[in-house]
Design a protein around this ligand. Structure first.
Ligand code: GLP
Length: 232
């Protein structure tokens, strides 16, 4: 596990966007899996800026998204699909057919999850970017999730329901699916992440802190700012 400490959210976003641009420069058809939430927003802004300057070409990349609420309509402003198009996809030249987001509006959630899992198997993730929940969740793999878990429908933890202001369930890529990624970068910014970050770095692997399973991946990098690292 590599730990990169940065000053603040801006530095975290600068570094992460630079890494993504470098990876795409090395492999134009990079398969990247992306998170939502506040953590990657600055990174996405930078990617858009660099794209406009002609510094990066997204035309051959494939994207997967980690999770989606369930049930949620595709054009609902709460949906992660809406978030991704508004904050990134609508503003760069990624091809629509190369974007993969779990359908939170599908009646057949089991089939939806199985298809997603199969698609990832056919297009192994080169680079997985992750945020971390205050309770240590990754994607919507809440405390108690199994290391062997695959893409599935999950109940949200009470703290996630209140923090995210969403009462339903969610679809999430599983821990085992995430662990197969060739390279994983986890972003943590702000004081409210300090406890989960300290648990991840200093503690044992524990299913009550799902992010701790990431230590099983040989190519894991944590990018943490001062506040998120304040309990180390
Ligand atoms: C959310 C999402 C995760 C995200 C995490 C952290 O609930 N399900 O994919 O990484 O929680 O969110 P934020 O970056 O807003 O703190």
């Amino acid at each position: 596990m590599k730990i990169i400490k940065v000053k603040d959210y801006n530095e975290l976003s600068d570094l992460t966007s630079k890494i993504i641009i470098k990876e795409i420069a090395k492999k134009s058809n990079l398969v990247i899996s992306l998170p939502t939430g506040k953590s990657p927003l600055g990174t996405y802004k930078n990617l858009i800026k660099e794209y406009k300057k002609g510094q990066v070409d997204f035309s051959r990349i494939k994207t997967f998204n980690l999770d989606e609420y369930y049930p949620v309509k595709k054009n609902d402003k709460k949906s992660y699909r809406y978030y991704m198009f508004k904050n990134l996809f609508d503003k760069i030249n990624v091809k629509k057919e190369n974007i993969n987001i779990l359908d939170g509006d599908s009646k057949y959630f089991k089939k939806e999850c199985q298809n997603f899992e199969n698609k990832i198997k056919k297009n192994p993730i080169d680079l997985q970017i992750l945020g971390i929940g205050v309770n240590g969740h990754i994607g919507f793999n809440e405390p108690g999730s199994s290391e062997l878990s695959k893409t599935r429908l999950v109940n949200l933890a009470p703290e996630t329901i209140s923090r995210n202001k969403y009462k339903g369930k969610a679809l999430t890529v599983g821990i085992s699916t995430i662990l197969k990624s060739k390279k994983i970068i986890l972003l943590a910014s702000g004081k409210d992440k300090a406890k989960a970050v300290a648990g991840l770095i200093k503690g044992e692997i524990d299913k009550n802190l799902p992010a701790s399973f990431l230590k099983k991946n040989k190519n894991l990098t944590l990018i943490i700012d001062r506040e998120a690292g304040s309990l180390l």
